[in-house]
Design a protein around this ligand. Structure first.
Ligand SMILES: Cc1ncc(COP(=O)(O)O)c(C=O)c1O
Length: 382
């Protein structure tokens, strides 16, 4: 309520991105919105509510805690899949509440069957296949046994998905590895068919795979970064349409991050600004102080290099980004006053600070930078 900055999420931009993704996949493909990592920093609860309004009805999370928050605070009507951890009580709760779970080891498969028997509910599972990412998933050698167990327990199991995940579909350097993964997944699908089993969805595509390997789209896509309006990397954008990141309008960013000027002050030529001596006033200058620092997700590595927007004009950061505050040079903006809006990410007038350029300045990927935005910054839909 008294926070020093706020995040706005643009619903129209989201509609645009969903339309693009659906066109890209073609008819009959189920869209699953990946909302792990606090919906890539957009705020899981705010974001999921907005996405439901736009017609999205399937969400992928990493932890049972995220699934629990969606179920208990938003809706018991949407489908939710947990792609990561769910053990013991969490597994039991998931099965009792119709949450779908990734299963990638025999212990979890057996536990899921036991909980399903005990609660008289079918366990909704996605069998994850290890095709070369070397993270989670059953090896092809294990699959026969897994499929046999599923068949023997079909009264207790709903085989919702049969899936895998690619290790770097965004970069051509990984092409050989991804092609091998696609091949291994094909072999796994044959094993599924030979076992006379059918999964409701066969799925493997994340954002980059959907664009760079359209043959991976299958029955369902698990899309994270692109729904938020970001390309997985610049290479994927260039492979897609050759446009530079600056001019591309295909996807629209949802997020803006704003604060305001907390104080304005004069600094005489030769004086230093903030801690230490990293910034010395080149003339008599005016600085604006903004109540956002690295404790609020604004990277310290943007010290003396980041920029913000005030009155539609860029203002460079001077000195070190502090824990709770940063200073910008506003000598060229004599009208700026306490209380003026400051855009840390997003548009003001005709200018933009993109997360990508912000990320380049602070050497963080879009994914990392977004998910690091603190949970307690208030998010609102515009
Ligand atoms: C298993 C799985 N599927 C899908 C995604 C979504 O990826 P992206 O945000 O690149 O679309 C992720 C994200 O890392 C993931 O781990």
């Amino acid at each position: 309520m008294f926070e020093t900055s706020s995040i706005e999420i643009n619903q129209e931009a989201y509609r645009n991105n969903i339309e693009f993704i659906k066109n890209q996949c073609g008819p009959g493909v189920r869209f699953c919105s990946v909302v792990k990592g606090n919906a890539y920093g957009h705020g899981i609860l705010t974001f999921v509510k907005m996405a439901i309004d736009v017609g999205v009805d399937y969400f992928a999370v990493y932890s049972t805690d995220e699934a629990y928050r969606i179920r208990s605070q938003i809706s018991d009507q949407v489908d939710v899949m947990i792609m990561g951890n769910t053990d013991n009580q969490a597994l039991q709760w998931s099965i009792e509440n119709g949450i779908e779970i990734f299963v990638f080891d025999l212990e979890r498969l057996r536990q899921a069957i036991d909980f399903a028997k005990a609660s008289n509910k079918k366990a909704k599972i996605h069998i994850e296949v290890e095709t070369g990412m070397n993270r989670t998933g059953f090896l092809l050698e294990q699959l026969q046994e897994v499929l046999k167990i599923i068949k023997e327990n079909d009264k207790h199991i709903d085989l919702i998905g049969f899936c895998t995940h690619y290790a770097g579909a965004e970069s051509l350097v990984n092409d050989f590895r991804v092609q091998q993964q696609i091949q291994h997944f094909e072999e796994a699908k044959i094993m599924l068919a030979n076992a006379d089993l059918k999964a409701k969805y066969i799925h493997s595509a994340c954002s980059a795979a959907m664009i760079n390997y359209p043959e991976t789209v299958g029955d369902l896509v698990r899309i994270g970064i692109m729904q938020y309006g970001f390309w997985p990397n610049e290479e994927t954008l260039i492979r897609f349409n050759g446009h530079s990141r600056e001019t591309d309008q295909t996807l629209k960013r949802l997020i803006s991050w704003k604060s305001q000027i907390m104080a304005v002050k004069k600094v005489m030529k030769g004086e230093f600004v903030g801690y230490n001596t990293s910034y010395q006033a080149y003339a008599d200058i005016t600085i604006g102080v903004i109540p956002v620092g690295y404790a609020f997700g604004y990277s310290r590595s943007l010290s003396n290099s980041g920029k913000v927007l005030i009155r539609g004009v860029e203002a460079p950061i001077c000195g070190i980004v502090n824990m709770n505050a940063l200073c910008v040079d506003i000598t060229h903006l004599p009208e700026v006053a306490k209380g003026d809006e400051v855009v840390l990410i997003g548009n003001q007038g005709d200018s933009t600070i993109t997360v990508a350029s912000f990320g380049e300045m602070s050497n963080q990927l879009n994914y990392e930078l977004l998910t690091r935005l603190p949970h307690d910054i208030p998010r609102k839909i515009i």
